[in-house]
Unconditional design. Structure first.
Length: 73
C-alpha cells in the first residue's frame, strides 16, 4: 500500500461514509464522560480516606430525612 493509497483509505475511514462527525463526536463525548467519572470517583475516594484517617466530619453535613405529616404526628 503506497502512501497516497494509505491516506485515501485513512480519510475514507475517518469520514465513515458521511457519518464521521456523529461517530467521532459520540466517541469523544463517551470518553469525556468516562474521564470525568474517574476523576470524580478519585476525588470522592480521597475525601473519604482523609475523613477516615483524621476523624473529621464530612465537608457537607448529611441531610435529615423529610417526614410526612403522618410520620410527624
Amino acid at each position: 500500500m503506497s502512501a497516497p493509497d494509505f491516506y485515501t483509505w485513512l480519510v475514507d475511514w475517518l469520514v465513515m461514509g458521511g457519518y464521521g462527525l456523529y461517530v467521532w463526536g459520540s466517541v469523544g463525548m463517551c470518553a469525556a464522560v468516562i474521564v470525568i467519572e474517574v476523576l470524580s470517583l478519585r476525588a470522592r475516594r480521597r475525601a473519604l480516606l482523609h475523613e477516615l484517617a483524621t476523624g473529621d466530619a464530612p465537608a457537607s453535613p448529611a441531610r435529615e430525612p423529610v417526614l410526612t405529616r403522618q410520620e410527624a404526628a
